[in-house]
Design a protein around this ligand. Structure first.
Ligand SMILES: Cc1cc2nc3c(=O)[nH]c(=O)nc-3n(C[C@H](O)[C@H](O)[C@H](O)COP(=O)(O)OP(=O)(O)OC[C@H]3O[C@@H](n4cnc5c(N)ncnc54)[C@H](O)[C@@H]3O)c2cc1C
Length: 386
């Protein structure tokens, strides 16, 4: 049998997970090539530890991609300029590459510039530098209106802005500075974590109430007036002393140019095997739009727990085809996540997103045990991926 080549576009969470699974399943004559423009991998979930101060420097949570060579995975350090899915070929800043299979894991671009005033006025929660900045500001915050905005939907990790609100509350309480601060969260969502069904959202709202955090649903940000220190929504506005934001997300432009996206702006895939409309071309992780097979109309959340499992399924199916064995698998839409709630605790949600007539996701109340589990899982994934 001649060796096959699997091209993996993007060396973030999903791409690296797919590479690891494939390397484990395929003999060495088959090549696994990860094309990634950055030189290192950073686990975004560590932003919460940067805010709480548990992690001091983002470098502690990142790994050099040059280490992939030790695992017999090829890393091409290049920017992908064009994808030709029909021929499984990519044009990059360092040349053209062609494979027998393609796994697209290019994630979601974060576009703060899409909201006028965001870059000048808001701390970007989705950058490690923003998380560090938030920690420093909260250590010196002496009262006023703290506003957290989710500019548009969908966004990665639907729990992250809620975690930021809990951590903000917890840090200020720890400093005896909570009484002079208001915390408000504005989002276009109808309730927290809507794609999980109702249980988690209701749980979060109950905890917000206990902690005096104000929730403002169905508020889509239009612009930020930096001089007046106001967020202008499609309906109404909110003044702030400290603004923290989740920037708009979009699929990388090259996916649209390749004809891979649909009207959602993301790549639709088969919800069981994650194949795009091009045979042998798969998409996983944040770049996909996977509509839940139930009448809610919600999509699968953009979270690494799903990118990880989708990577495992795609790797298994590619390996099964190459090796002509009968080990093909199907993605079942189950997943779980930890939600940090401050006071060194986390809640735990898990369930099925493919359930009918609505997703069935349950939530265990916050405990120190779940935060410990989350920390262990984050460390384990970082070590496994690079
Ligand atoms: C602050 C924060 C906290 C989070 N916390 C959690 C959590 O606790 N639990 C959870 O499940 N999820 C969490 N997530 C979400 C999780 O990080 C994503 O769902 C996950 O990273 C998706 O993996 P991916 O491979 O699809 O995309 P990414 O990990 O974003 O990887 C995409 C990669 O593609 C590369 N790329 C893009 N365009 C090009 C190009 N043209 N050429 C070359 N390379 C390119 C990028 O540089 C990037 O490395 C969090 C996200 C954020 C931002």
């Amino acid at each position: 049998m001649t060796g096959k080549k699997v091209l993996i576009l993007g060396g973030g969470f999903g791409g690296l997970a797919a590479a690891q699974h494939l390397r484990r399943l395929l003999p060495p004559e088959h090549r696994i090539v990860v094309i990634e423009k950055k030189t290192n991998f950073y686990l975004n979930a560590f932003n919460m530890q940067l805010i709480s101060g548990e992690m001091k420097d983002p470098c502690e949570g990142q790994r050099e991609l040059s280490e992939l060579g030790r695992k017999d995975i090829d890393w091409v350090h290049a920017e992908i300029d064009r994808i030709d899915p029909a021929s499984k070929r990519v044009h990059t800043s360092t040349g053209i590459l062609e494979g027998d299979y393609m796994v697209i894991a290019l994630g979601a671009d974060k576009r703060p510039e899409a909201i006028p005033g965001f870059t000048e006025s808001a701390i970007n929660l989705y950058e490690a530098s923003g998380a560090v900045q938030l920690r420093e500001v909260l250590q010196n915050f002496h009262g006023g209106r703290i506003v957290i905005i989710c500019c548009t939907t969908p966004f990665s990790c639907p729990g992250a802005p809620y975690e930021a609100a809990f951590l903000t509350d917890s840090i200020l309480r720890g400093r005896q500075a909570r009484n002079t601060a208001e915390i408000h969260l504005y989002t276009p969502e109808p309730r927290p974590l809507p794609s999980t069904g109702t249980v988690m959202g209701e749980g979060v709202l109950a905890m917000f109430k206990e902690r005096n955090i104000e929730f403002h649903p169905q508020q889509k940000t239009r612009r930020i007036d930096s001089n007046a220190r106001k967020v202008i929504f499609e309906a109404g506005e909110a003044s702030f002393d400290l603004l923290v934001g989740v920037p708009p997300h979009a699929a990388p432009r090259i996916a649209k140019d390749a004809g891979l996206t649909d009207e959602t702006g993301w790549i639709p895939v088969d919800l069981r095997v994650l194949e795009t409309r091009f045979a042998g071309v798969f998409a996983i992780g944040d770049i996909t739009s996977i509509r839940q097979p139930n009448p809610t109309g919600f999509f699968l959340p953009k979270a690494w727990v799903f990118a990880d499992e989708e990577a495992r399924i795609v790797a298994r199916n590619i390996a099964s085809e190459i090796l002509a064995d009968a080990n093909a698998s199907k993605f079942d839409g189950t997943g779980s996540c930890y939600l940090e709630t401050g006071d060194e605790m986390a809640a735990y949600g898990s369930g099925s997103f493919y359930s009918y007539p609505a997703p069935r996701v349950y939530m265990e109340p916050p405990s120190k045990h779940f935060l410990k589990e989350r920390r262990e899982l984050e460390r384990e994934r970082l070590e496994a991926l690079v």
